[in-house]
Design a protein around this ligand. Sequence first.
Ligand code: HEC
Ligand code: HEC
Length: 344
Amino acid sequence: MTTAFQKLLAAPALALLCTAAFAAPEALAPVNLVGRAVPEIDKLPPGQYRELVQYGHELTTRTFAHIGPEVQDVRRRLAGNNLACASCHQQNATKPFAMPWSGVSATFPQYRGREDDISTVEERVNGCMERSMSGKPLALDSREMKAFVTYISFLSQGIPVGATVQGAGMVQSKMPNRRADTVAGGKVYEAKCAVCHGADGQGLRAGKVGDAQGYTFPPLWGNDTFNNGAGMNRLIMATRFIKHNMPLGASHEAPQLSDDEAYDVAAFMLSKPRPTKANLEVDFPARWNKPVDSAFPPYLLGATPDQHRFGPYPPLVEKQKQMMEQLKAGAAAERANAAPKSAR
Ligand code: HEC
Ligand code: HEC
């Protein structure tokens, strides 16, 4: 005799549902952002959700006008520079391999080495507020935080939690095995960057200083830029961003610089002064996973600060691998020692 439950299970639709529910996460098909249609805000029905997505979009493209250091209301001056999130997260944070937010809702919460903890999307937003924007964190219950998270979730629609997202982050290009050459980088800068970012790296203001209108071409160094704790202040990260996204118009499919040019010009940019963030030594508390291009102390690999800042990186990556293996072996030995005791 079949029970009602067995009959239910025999129903094809339900059987399918059950398999889907129990499928391992790796069974999810990867999502490719390249060529994928970007959701359109205009297609949303009018209402609170659409308004918040719209505000998130506006905050992303015109950050300086709402929470920048020149806005009228002093309490709303949360970003420390006049960049926009979209100065780096290009095309309203939808461009593949320019750290797009499409899919971020599917990949957070996630482990982050910088905190050695699980980070939420909100914490990640504040990571960029305090570093890339050289400012203060947004209150978790602020309308601005809600708007960012809602816009990120809107861009992530249709991307299942746990899916691998192709086009996320940056292209993982290899670094030349040499110290970066800032003199050669200066020449690349003059030839291919200065026309927009200025010979002095100060960019081109959209309006006047003090009017909170941001930049037509953002500055790359000086007081009004990302601080030394930002991801973009790491040479490997900046090289990858520049290689596939600059000069404006470049993409992962159509890069305009060689690997060497990107590496050298990024080093030239990062050799210039910029705002500093206090207490960087508390970053990457687990230490073993501190990126080799984090150019601030403590340095654990026995290399010079200059090598962390300007490379060569392949030897450091190799050293870090060995360090991790030793740590793993140590942990395994500890477990083996502990096992007989607990069995007693
Ligand atoms: C100066 C460049 C820059 C600016 C400006 C910037 N970011 Fe970022 N952002 C990055 C980089 C680089 C990464 C990825 C690298 C890392 O882990 O730090 C990133 C990563 C992120 C991520 C995670 C993306 C992922 O794929 O995991 C989010 C979310 C984010 N930023 C939000 C923001 C918000 C919100 C703003 C504006 C308030 C902003 N960012 C401004 C450079 C920038
Ligand atoms: C045609 C103008 C143009 C040229 C040339 C150009 N950029 Fe940019 N760059 C931009 C614009 C505009 C942005 C802001 C992002 C956007 O609107 O897509 C930007 C953003 C950036 C950013 C991130 C934002 C910031 O302020 O830190 C970096 C880094 C950068 N460019 C580096 C370079 C380098 C290095 C070169 C030369 C190899 C270069 N750019 C050439 C226009 C240009």
